[in-house]
Design a protein around this ligand. Structure first.
Ligand SMILES: Cc1ncc(COP(=O)(O)O)c(C=O)c1O
Length: 458
């Protein structure tokens, strides 16, 4: 009998065992149909291992992932990278600690900070004032932060970012190691990187969390956490995961991670080589665009396609909509001045070529308009921890009149889910400019009110 989880599930489905167990659909495909995977959706039954105490088939998946990532140990996750990030923070900190984190972190980091009453010391990456894209976090800035706040319990950096910007994690990890401060790398967007040449410096954090589902052939919500050093207590991390991850993890999701691990180990390099050729061909096809620009930063992830529309008569949201409505191409996200598209080893030559042609045709129809600068995040004053701020007495304030008040909510564009206003921070003129700019750029801005800001009176 094959030992992949999917084969075990198929064999169980066809084996005649009657399920006196969860899930309630009882794999009754004659009643429910075959469109959804009822037939192979089970719970922890004999011989199918337990994600929270893996020793069998699930442990095998984790071992294959650890081998692929060159990690000491990998934890398969079924609640996305979000649960791995939360668990990493909880396992490394005590309530009320101080941590050093990049300001362009995902909301899961902010939520962990709130949950544990942490005080963040923010690292501000350089930000391009034409596009608003954050650059890499430098090892030097991390070292300065640790020297200024030696009591910080961990450092958190996002690399690659949504836009594919990769920080020198190897160098940052060296600095963190020198001061014995553990480093968490949110590598949600970099699960595929080991398949490609030239990204060695993207690895080396004590713990990295990566979304298999974002850039590898895996079902949505599957991720993994890779432990690389002894400064992470695996038992404590596993215990923290139990707070954020379902006690009924989906075997369908785990089987997809198994399939993925099998594929990337057996054929990953070959598929990655073919994909790199596809990307090279895409790059050649769009080189003649005169208004739209393919952004390429030094060392960034070449599989991530970021198209800068700053010098045109349309904003990112309009470019995004145009590609969808006119060319039936749905991109990953739009920002005010650019769009981002995710490519992967599962793309087709035709699909990527069609995207290139749609961009070239669009470019030809656009009008050049010189970009003015846009507001970007500036250093913010933390008046209260987010934990205390969300428990404060809230009221809505007119956005323009909120300057000087203490913010009572998170405000972010989703995606990418990076907050620009955070509970407990003093609202500045710049915060207001940023919020208004985002609201006026047609982005999906998440806030408690469409046109006001929640503030708290202290
Ligand atoms: C930078 C970053 N980190 C973490 C996450 C959370 O990942 P997941 O959706 O796998 O929970 C995201 C999701 O978009 C992200 O963009």
């Amino acid at each position: 009998m094959s030992d992949t989880l999917f084969d075990k599930l198929k064999s169980y489905a066809g084996g005649g065992t009657y399920p006196m167990h969860m899930p309630g659909h009882k794999r009754n495909t004659s009643l429910l149909g075959n469109e959804l995977p009822y037939g192979i959706d089970i719970t922890e039954i004999t011989d199918f291992d337990d994600l929270h105490n893996a020793h069998g088939v699930i442990d095998g998946i984790q071992r294959r992932l650890a081998h692929f990532y060159g990690a000491k140990k990998s934890f398969l996750l079924v609640n996305g990278s979000t649960c791995g990030i939360m668990a990493a923070v909880v396992s490394l900190c005590s309530f009320g600690d101080k941590i050093i984190a990049a300001r362009n972190c995902h909301k899961s980091v902010y939520k962990a900070i709130e949950l544990y009453g942490l005080t963040p010391v923010w690292l501000y990456p350089d930000t391009d004032i034409r596009t608003g894209i954050c650059g890499a976090i430098t090892a030097q800035s991390v070292e300065e932060a640790i020297k200024n706040d030696p009591d910080a319990k961990m450092v958190i950096v996002t690399s690659p970012t949504y836009e594919g910007i990769i920080s020198d994690i190897r160098a940052i990890s060296k600095v963190c190691g020198k001061y014995s401060v553990p480093l968490l790398c949110d590598m949600a967007h970099g699960a595929h990187l080991p398949l490609f040449e030239g990204y060695d410096s993207a690895f080396g954090a004590d713990i990295e969390v990566t979304s298999l589902h974002k850039t590898l052939p895996c079902l949505t919500q599957t991720s993994c956490a890779n432990i690389r050093s002894d400064s992470i207590d695996c038992g404590r991390f596993a215990s923290a995961l139990g707070m954020f991850e379902s006690s009924s993890p989906s075997y369908v999701l785990m089987a997809s991670a198994d399939r993925c691990a099998e594929l990337i180990v057996s054929k990953g390099k070959e598929l990655a080589e073919a994909h790199m050729k596809r990307i090279e061909s895409f790059e050649k096809s769009v080189v003649g665009m005169t208004k739209l620009r393919l952004l390429r930063c030094k060392g960034s992830d070449r599989s991530r396609i970021v198209i800068d529309c700053a010098d045109t008569n349309i904003c990112g949201a309009e470019l995004f909509a145009l590609l969808r409505d006119k060319y039936s191409i749905e991109c990953e996200m739009a920002s005010a001045r650019y769009i981002a598209a995710i490519t992967s080893i599962c793309d087709t030559d035709e699909g990527v070529a069609r995207f290139a042609k749609a961009l070239c045709d669009t470019d030809a129809a656009l009008v050049y308009r010189h970009a003015d600068d846009i507001p970007v995040s500036e250093r913010a004053e933390t008046v209260l921890t987010a934990y205390n701020a969300v428990r404060g007495k809230k009221r809505f304030e007119d956005t323009d009149r909120s300057v000087g008040a203490v913010c009572g909510e998170y405000i972010w564009a989703y995606p990418p889910g990076i907050p620009i206003a955070v509970p407990g921070e003093r609202i500045t003129q710049n915060t207001v400019r940023l919020i208004k700019h985002m609201r006026n750029s047609g982005l999906n801005v998440i806030s408690e009110s469409k046109d006001k800001i929640t503030v708290i009176d202290i």
